[in-house]
Write a protein that binds this ligand. Structure first.
Ligand SMILES: [Zn+2]
Length: 473
């Protein structure tokens, strides 16, 4: 049958054709397109398990998933495989809990950091592809888009992680102040829209912390911050729940720090590289955070990108970045090589940050992790989360501890540890399958094959392929 005809219906035919094509192109991005394993009853056999609780990896385990939940997990000799189950022989593979990314924006920074671009759809797909099944957005540039994406994912229309919505940045220009009534109204409005956490930014002052935290806590919101005008100790005393990035952004040890002022241009960082993490002032700050149960979010992957001259772009980024964004990254690395002064400072700072994170955990602090795909654009959703786990191992944590930081600890902070964060009977079946053994070689965490979210298995390679060239557009 020819599409060309003389009948008066021709225009209608073309319209119909357009609709068919449109539906087909939308379908390309629908959740079901990426599903490779479907239940309801699934058996994962002969698989190594890293449980997310910090225990050593266990070989030759069986995991039974039924209707979205893990119903049994244990040695092959003890767990029976139901005859009707879809069975995956996973010898040579490892199962770990879906990662819980705690600083996982749905936007990206490009042009050497000069321009932020929304990456809501592509990042949602990339997070899931890399095994990140839960994210907290930790600050947004477009709450409406985040809400729509969350709804589309929760409704099963599009693929992506479970999203915990954060507010737009609570921030004002240097020297300005919030109207307490207005900011309280704004926080209530965000809470009504489904936001569960608030993100305070650099210029918020000590007095304002009180107003903002009070309003947020009244609505059951958790408060986190990339603080600057206020140091960690004061932020903890004001009742903040979480501090982003760690020691590298704490201005309280800067000799020229002025009350309620954020020093400009990272000028405290060179001095901070000479501060001893074991010294009394830093240890006191750590103790204050631990005592007040203030969690810290590790963002080592973005910090590593500040060593621009030595930094290796994740080779997988070439596929997912737009050509412009990729070229910007290459240019940024070249610039870092031409003038490596900041790179050298950050090289010391990164080591210091790693030491701080170990000390914080040793002291009993709750450390979580997230990618923060901003800076100049050196890290993207998902791949950067995996790099963050590798860097926690470089910092001195065992692979099992690093995975716990990236799974159970975030789940604990979100109040969801009864449902996600570990592989155990009764938990939601958020399970990442990787080729190899991350307990022996943490870089194997990159070899994701299938990501189960609520018992539905998504094909990682297909998800990555679907965002080819889209990040940075
Ligand atoms: Zn951030």
């Amino acid at each position: 049958m020819s599409l060309v005809n003389d009948s008066p219906l021709c225009n209608g035919c073309l319209l119909l054709l357009l609709i068919v094509l449109l539906v087909a192109s939308c379908k390309q991005r629908s959740a079901s397109e990426f599903v490779s394993v479907k239940g309801p009853l699934i058996a994962l056999t002969r698989v190594r398990v890293i449980d997310g609780a910090g225990s050593s990896a266990k070989d030759d385990q069986t995991i039974i998933i039924d209707s979205g939940r893990i119903t049994a997990i244990g040695p092959a000799s003890e767990v029976a495989v139901p005859a009707s189950a879809t069975t995956l022989d996973l010898s040579g593979h490892t199962a770990l809990p879906g990662l819980v990314g705690m600083h996982n924006h749905l936007f990206y920074s490009t042009d050497g950091g000069a321009r932020d671009v929304l990456a809501t759809d592509s990042f949602a797909l990339l997070y899931l592809a890399a095994g990140v099944t839960t994210i907290r957005t930790a600050g947004t540039l477009n709450l409406g888009r985040d809400i729509a994406t969350k709804k589309s994912i929760d409704d099963g229309v599009s693929a992506g992680p479970k999203i915990h919505l954060s507010s737009p940045y609570v921030e004002h220009a240097a020297g300005q102040r919030f109207d307490p009534e207005k900011i309280t109204d704004q926080i209530n409005e965000w809470a009504d829209q489904g936001v569960t956490s608030l993100k305070i930014y650099e210029h918020v002052t000590r007095a304002e912390f009180g107003v903002v935290i009070d309003a947020a806590h009244k609505r059951g919101l958790k408060v986190t911050g990339h603080v600057c005008a206020v140091g960690f100790t004061v932020a903890a005393q004001a009742g903040i729940d979480n501090l982003e990035h760690g020691l590298a952004v704490d201005t309280e040890f800067f000799s020229r720090k002025k009350v309620d002022e954020c020093p400009t241009g990272n000028e405290w960082v060179p001095e901070l590289t000479r501060v001893d993490v074991r010294s009394e002032p830093v240890q006191k700050m750590i103790q204050e955070l631990v005592r007040r149960r203030v969690a810290v979010t590790s963002t080592l992957a973005i910090f590593e990108s500040f060593l621009a001259d030595k930094f290796q772009l994740d080779p997988r980024m070439r596929e997912v970045l737009s050509e412009d964004a990729y070229n910007d990254c290459v240019a940024e690395i070249e610039e870092g090589k031409a003038d490596p002064r900041w790179s050298r400072i950050w090289e010391v700072m990164l080591k210091k940050e790693m030491q701080f994170e170990r000390e914080f955990v040793n002291a009993g602090g709750l450390l979580m992790t997230g990618v923060d795909p901003t800076g100049w654009g050196g890290v993207v959703a998902g791949f950067g989360d995996q790099r963050g786990v590798e860097l926690l191992v470089a910092a001195g944590f065992t692979p099992e501890e690093a995975i716990r930081i990236a799974t159970l600890n975030g789940a604990t902070f979100l109040g969801n540890a009864d449902r996600i964060g570990t592989l155990a009977a009764g938990k939601q079946a958020d399970v990442v399958i990787v080729r190899g053994n991350p307990a022996a070689n943490i870089a194997d965490i990159r070899n994701v094959t299938v990501v189960f979210k609520d018992g539905v298995g998504y094909d990682s390679a297909k998800l990555i392929e679907s965002v080819r060239g889209l990040v940075g557009e």
